[in-house]
Design a protein around this ligand. Structure first.
Ligand SMILES: O=C(CO)COP(=O)(O)O
Length: 144
């Protein structure tokens, strides 16, 4: 599975600790992250992470583009629910695309924990099944 990880500054330590706690699961999957989040995770958890741009510089949009192409199976996004951020439109767009594409999305620790445990138990394997049928790019019907 392709898992995208994003955290705003107030929650970066929380996400790093979460990834370390569930490293035995995360290490079996391909991880993507926005720039700073990805650096923090790869340094602390010693996991390979494909790093995109930092959020304010387009990283959220890059993950959104991957979601639009059905290339992400799960997004964990510990966003800051208190502070106003300059790239709020990008954040809103990313969350919206998860709903467009029916991508499991966790924006807090409780949900993230449930999703990761569910994934480990095979509950998200339907994602791999529907990809065979639903992804226009992967099944070659993109322009039909
Ligand atoms: O701002 C972000 C998401 O909106 C996260 O970006 P960084 O991981 O680069 O801090």
């Amino acid at each position: 599975m392709n898992i995208a990880l994003v955290a705003h500054d107030v929650y970066k330590n929380l996400l790093v600790d979460f990834v370390i706690a569930y490293k035995h699961i995360f290490q079996k999957h391909q991880l993507y992250a926005t720039g700073t989040t990805g650096r923090r995770i790869s340094e602390a958890a010693k996991l390979d992470v494909i790093r995109l741009r930092s959020g304010p510089f387009g990283g959220d949009q890059q993950i959104g583009a991957m979601i639009a192409m059905d290339d992400i199976d799960l997004l964990i996004f510990f966003r800051d629910p208190i502070s106003a951020l300059g790239h709020e439109p990008d954040i809103t767009a990313l969350l919206r695309l998860c709903d467009v594409q029916q991508i499991p999305l966790a924006t807090n620790l409780g949900t993230a924990e449930m999703l990761i445990r569910a994934m480990e138990n095979g509950f998200l394997s339907w994602r791999e099944e529907i990809r065979k049928y639903d992804s226009p790019r992967l099944n070659g019907t993109e322009n039909k």
